[in-house]
Design a protein around this ligand. Structure first.
Ligand code: T3D
Length: 264
């Protein structure tokens, strides 16, 4: 048994961060925020880490903010924005700017801010029994942790509005069909499929992945001209990396590439 609210395990280039308050459906308290942020920061600086998997212990991914430990649960002087400013917004920015790939493995319900934390990750797998719930309106709040941005970008305003205002759960298979997540997987195959994806990314050209993430993030606001210029600049960096040299050599020699993930 452990008291950690976030379990960290490392194997073969994969760092797995498991939200670990299963009796509270892995709802976020301040300690969990601190431990999750530390987990991401350590993974970012760990030269052996090539990919991060974020998942939940027990039957849920996470139920969002712990409402017993919430700023809106305090008597008087409520400032629900302060939890965002101090905790959620830095976490979303950290996830969104991480150079290494992050897989969200949504093993069960992802509600409130935690749905949007999962959606901020690069590739989202969900068990078919899982669902995404913008629960905020049920308690008189608005979607946060980037939800109004991510839902609108990925689904368009009509679906973003209805999901937010009706606060009905979106089943994993529908989330896949709508393009909100990468894949909904049968529950009995879920762990294996996530592990296979993580293993694939652990031997991928990590540096080129980081540059790709940067380019796709910039495409949200760039003009085509600006994006073409950015691709040229980032491709220069990728093309000068040892992984690009190895990738081309491996292709010509008809052998599997051995990528290191290093920029130089
Ligand atoms: O500071 C601020 O507040 C601003 C920041 C806000 C960010 C947010 O994330 S706001 C949104 C917060 N989240 C929610 O509103 C979701 C609340 N939870 C639920 O709606 C349901 O639990 C679920 C739909 C996620 C799952 O339902 P179900 O029926 O499978 O489970 P359950 O029975 O409701 O929950 C099981 C236990 O987990 C239960 O505890 P108990 O009775 O067995 O001791 C329940 O109270 C606890 N739990 C679930 N969610 C939370 C929670 N405890 C604290 N906080 C929670 N968010």
């Amino acid at each position: 048994m452990t008291d950690s609210t976030v379990l960290v395990s490392k194997q073969g280039g994969v760092t797995k961060l498991t939200l670990n308050r299963p009796d509270k459906l892995n709802a976020f308290n301040t300690t969990m925020h601190q431990e999750l942020r530390a987990g991401f920061e350590q993974a970012a600086s760990d030269p052996d880490c090539r990919v991060i998997v974020l998942t939940g212990a027990g039957r849920a991914f996470s139920a969002g903010q712990d409402l017993a430990d919430s700023s809106v649960n305090k008597n008087g002087g409520v400032d629900a924005g302060s939890a965002l400013e101090k905790l959620y917004n830095p976490l979303i920015k950290l996830i969104s700017t991480m150079e290494k790939p992050i897989i969200a493995a949504v093993n069960g319900v992802a509600a409130g801010a935690s749905a949007n934390i999962a959606l901020a990750c690069d590739i989202v797998y969900a068990a078919k029994s899982a669902s995404f719930l913008q629960a905020f309106m049920r308690i008189g709040l608005i979607p946060d942790a980037g939800g109004t941005f991510t839902l609108t970008q990925l689904l368009g305003p009509a679906r973003a509005r209805a999901l937010s205002i009706l606060a009905e759960p979106l089943p994993a298979e529908k989330a896949e069909a709508w393009g909100l997540i990468w894949k909904a997987v049968d529950d009995d195959k879920f762990q294996d499929e996530v592990a296979a994806a993580a293993a694939k990314l652990a031997s991928a050209p990590t540096y080129a992945i980081g540059l790709t993430k940067k380019a796709i993030a910039a495409a949200m606001t760039n003009t085509l001209g600006a994006q073409l210029d950015l691709e040229r600049d980032l491709q220069r960096l990728a093309g000068a990396s040892p992984d690009a040299k190895e990738g081309v050599a491996a292709f010509l020699e008809k052998r599997p590439a051995r990528f290191t993930g290093r920029p130089s």
